[in-house]
Structure formats: C-alpha cells, structure tokens
Design a protein around this ligand. Structure first.
Ligand SMILES: Cc1cc2nc3c(=O)[nH]c(=O)nc-3n(C[C@H](O)[C@H](O)[C@H](O)COP(=O)(O)OP(=O)(O)OC[C@H]3O[C@@H](n4cnc5c(N)ncnc54)[C@H](O)[C@@H]3O)c2cc1C
Length: 502
C-alpha cells in the first residue's frame, strides 16, 4: 500500500515535493496557508497590470543544464517554454559621478569597459574574468542529497570544483570584499552589485558564466506562472492541494510525526509529514522547538538573513523605450524611509514583456533592500500609519524614477507597495526574509539537514535548507528530500517523464 504524505506549504518547493513524491508512489496532500499557491514566487493583478513580485533572473535555463532538466521534470515546460532569455542583464549608474556600466552577455565588452574605467585595476579585472572562465562546467549542486553522499561523491565534487579551489578555500571572500581590492571607487561599488554583495566571489564567477552562456531568464507573463505550471502537473499526477489552510501544529506521537493540526482545529493524519514552509515556524512553532540541537539553535541565532524588500510598482499610461532588464542606481541623495537610509535602488521597466500591461502602457518597479522587518511589522498594527508610510515611500521612489523616466509621474495610474511585512503575510517567511538565508562565504559548502534530531517520519524542503534560496534551488531541494524519503523506505527514486512541449 502506498504511504500517505502531508506537505506543508505550496511554494515552488512544496509543489515540487508533491510532484516527485507522487512519481514515487506516495499519496500526497499539500496544505497552504495562503488562498493561492506559489509562495513568494508570485505576481498579482492590479487594474489590468500584472505586478511581478519575484524573478529577476532564473538560473540555468538552457536545455541540458541541471536546473533546466529539473524544471522539465516538474512540468514547467508542459505547455511550452515560457522563458524570456536575458541579454542586457544590468545597467549600473552612480549619480554622483555619472559613471555607468552595462552588463550584458558580452563579457569581453564588460571587461573592456571596466579596463577603460580603471586601467590601474588591470590585474584584478583580469582575475575576475579568469574566475568566470574557471567556473565553466561547475555545477554548485549535486544530484544526490548530502545525507546520501559517500567518499566517491565527495571526491567527484572536489574534482568538479578544482579550478575554483582557491576561491572556495583560502580566498573564499564575499564579492564585496573581493571588490575592495580594486583601486577605483566606482568598480568597488559596481562589482558587488552585479550579483549579491555578500555572496562568495566564486558565486559571482558562476553567475557571470551563466549570463555569458545565455542561461539567465525571466518568465513570460509573470513569475506566478512557473509554480502554476508545477501545480498543474502535480494535480495531473494525482496530488491534492488545500489552500487557506494554515498549519498550526505538527502532530507527534512517540517522537514520530503523525499529522498536522490546522488553525481551524481540524486534524489530518499521514505516514509522513514534510514541511516546505518557513524553517523557523516549522521548527520553533509547529514543533514547539522540541527537536533542536545546538547546531540548529546556532543557525537561527547567528546566520544572516537575505535582505527584506520594499517593492514599489507603478502602472503607467504610456510606454518607455526598451533598456536594460535591471538597473541599479547609487543615489547622490539617499532615500530615507522610517529608521532606514537607502543609498541605492534597483528598478526595472518590464519593457521586455508586453503581456504584463494593457496595450500601450508600462509597468515600472523600484526595489529597496531593507534590514528592518520590525519597523514594518510594528507599523502594521496601526494600519492608517502603515498605509501612509507606504504611500510616502512610493512618492520618494517615484520622484527618483522621474529622473530616469521623464514624464513618468504625470502618467501613473496604479501604485502598488509591498513592504517587508507584506512578504511575511504572503508566505510567513521568517523576519520577512523572502529569500531565506544569505549565501555568505561562511555558508559555502555547508548544508542544512532535511530531518530533525530525534523526530521520525518528518522531513523538510525548500529555501530554508539552502542558503541563497532561489526558484531552481527550491525544486532541487524538493527532489533531494524525496530522494531521501525513498532511500529511507528502501525504494529506488524515480522520475516519470512529463509530456513537455520543450
Ligand atoms: C522579490 C523577490 C525576488 C526574487 N528573485 C528571484 C530570482 O530572480 N531568481 C530566483 O531564482 N529566485 C528569486 N527569488 C527567490 C525565490 O522566489 C524563492 O527562493 C523560492 O520561490 C522559494 O520557494 P519555497 O517554496 O522554498 O518557499 P516559499 O515560496 O516561501 O513557500 C513556502 C510556502 O509555505 C506556505 N506556508 C508557510 N507557513 C505555512 C503554514 N503554517 N501552513 C501552511 N502553509 C504555510 C507559504 O504560504 C508559502 O506558500 C525571489 C524572491 C523574491 C521575494
């Protein structure tokens, strides 16, 4: 008889766990607190505009790459390829000096532009691009879960990263620290912002290599369509989803997970429980902190979270010429919102995807990275003040955008603001950190176990197990969790081919 599995959370990870578990003969049911599936991989409708609240670039989206194959496995391509491939990835601009840099798939040009800006940094620039070449062929994830890797697997892993060894061992520094070695102040600012400043430099090498190979994409029609495709496949495989069902407790008997209790008091029982929800609430709330050790406590008290986000989107009754997919501006005069000062802003114009707006209109979005969740959480208790502060932030962002998109202000017809607290309400992510743990040099090579000490029949999946997060990583993590489940049950893990149109 097939075992029953209850899955908590219908984000990309939960839905993917469902797909892989169904493929392996488990009978699964997902419970999702929100009224819709997808978790933080989402977009929402406002007066005819689709506000994309997630993907800026999706990794590994060329046929043959590991992540592409994973997307194929969970049905992302079942109705055709929804990806828009990125060529002009980023435009970086420093308002104070007027200096700028364009990051496209043409890395030779990027190198030449950097050299033109700072000939005295020749050696460091050469090291950066040599690093990108060293990243060729390296995949930072493994097909097997760490729990099942043996000596031979570790040796293979070591071999695959041999060309990057220097940067994953004694010179494992953050991209920001690597950039500090540059003499030119503009490059010291621009290089960390090509990807994520705190990420290990080896990670930036890899991203640039993916860009060069045309392996960064966006989802046509909005990020929400990616989990929607996975959900469709999951249901076709026989899985069930219940939305609007907040799990309050994981039921445990004799140190074995036996089911869940929902906020409405109903209980559901199964052979196995898998949480693909936020790690903190899973471990410390749903399981009341009963299955933790020193390592887990340390993790939750010392690990750095990804930045929180204040996202301001404008529906605009006019069009703008196409430009870079993404822009980052270092302000001459920072934006101040609540207790925080924001020295820079990301913005995108979405001109690459006309399906997001009514004809002849456009969508513009500004993004500020915040460290302060509590400010927004406390403010939310006084709704009029919370709403007023959101509108004030929106006005500031609009004023700054006007400099780059002249005429914008007069044509805004829709304003939408998502605060760090909005992300929490959407997916219950710990401290509003919608992308989970930051990938820092300290986290490189480490891993978070998919089980908890002393608790049987229980597993976890998703971004809280994989510092740095990301949509492909959420699918990957789900696959590994089901691999581990199959292993514990003495089954050979299998993947059923999906009828993909790609
Ligand atoms: C603004 C933004 C930009 C991003 N950009 C990119 C990008 O460019 N590229 C990229 O690859 N990734 C990006 N990401 C990250 C990526 O979206 C996430 O890493 C990934 O979607 C996480 O999936 P998940 O399923 O692990 O977690 P989540 O999406 O958080 O899913 C967890 C689910 O569990 C549910 N849940 C929580 N608690 C409960 C409960 N008690 N009961 C029931 N259900 C519960 C939540 O509602 C949610 O649906 C971005 C994220 C954001 C927010």
């Amino acid at each position: 008889m097939s075992k029953s599995v209850l899955i908590i959370g219908a984000g990309v990870a939960g839905l993917s766990v469902g797909c892989y578990a169904q493929m392996n003969g488990y009978h699964t049911h997902i419970f999702e607190q929100h009224t819709r599936t997808g978790g933080v991989c989402t977009a929402w409708q406002r007066h005819g505009y689709t506000i994309d609240g997630c993907i800026h670039w999706l990794l590994g989206t060329q046929p043959g790459s590991w992540f592409y194959e994973l997307f194929r496995e969970v049905g992302v391509f079942a109705e055709g390829n929804p990806l828009i491939y990125i060529d002009h990835y980023l435009h970086l601009l420093d308002e104070s000096t007027g200096m700028s840099l364009d990051v496209t798939t043409d890395l030779e040009r990027l190198k030449a532009d950097m050299l033109a800006i700072s000939p005295q940094d020749r050696a460091r620039i050469a090291e950066l691009f040599a690093g990108v070449q060293r990243a060729e062929g390296f995949c930072h994830v493994q097909a097997k879960p760490r729990e099942l890797m043996g000596v031979r697997d570790y040796l293979q892993l070591l071999w695959s990263m041999r060309r990057l060894l220097k940067y994953v061992t004694f010179d494992n520094v953050s991209t920001a620290d690597f950039a500090l070695r540059m003499k030119h102040p503009f490059l010291r600012w621009a290089i960390p912002n090509i990807f994520v400043p705190e990420t290990p430099i080896a990670g930036t090498f890899m991203i640039l290599n993916h860009l060069r190979l045309g392996e960064l994409s966006l989802v046509r029609g909005g990020s929400h369509l990616l989990p929607r495709a996975i959900e469709k496949y999951y249901r076709a495989l026989g899985g069930e989803v219940t939305c609007g069902a907040t799990v309050e407790k994981i039921l445990v008997k004799n140190d074995q997970a036996v089911g869940i209790r929902l906020a409405d008091g109903t209980e559901h029982y199964a052979d196995v429980v898998i949480s693909a929800a936020d790690g903190y609430s899973t471990i410390f709330s749903m399981l009341e902190g009963r299955y933790v050790n020193a390592r887990i406590r340390r993790q939750y008290t010392t690990w750095e979270l990804t930045p929180r986000m204040l996202m301001v989107s404008f529906g605009v009754d006019r069009q703008f010429p196409p430009g870079s997919f993404e822009n980052i501006v270092a302000f001459r005069r920072p934006i101040i919102v609540g207790p925080e000062t924001f020295p820079q802003m990301w913005f995108r114009t979405f001109t690459y995807d006309p399906t997001l707006t009514p004809p002849g209109k456009s969508l513009i979005q500004g993004l500020l990275f915040s460290r302060d969740f509590n400010y927004w959480a406390t403010l939310y208790e006084d709704r009029p003040r919370y709403e007023a502060e959101k509108q004030r932030a929106a006005a500031e962002v609009l004023e700054r955008l006007e400099a780059y998109l002249p005429g914008l202000t007069a044509h805004v017809e829709v304003t939408d603001v998502a605060s760090p607290y909005t992300f929490w309400r959407y997916a219950r992510c710990y401290q509003g950190a919608a992308i989970g743990w930051a990938m820092t040099p300290e986290r490189l090579g480490g891993y978070v176990k998919k089980t908890l000490p002393g608790l049987k029949n229980f597993y976890m999946a998703g971004q809280w197990l994989e510092p740095g997060g990301g949509v492909p990583i959420a699918v990957h993590s789900a696959r590994q969790t089901v691999q581990l489940l199959c292993h514990q049950d003495g089954k050979a893990f299998q993947v059923l081919p999906c009828q993909n149109r790609q």
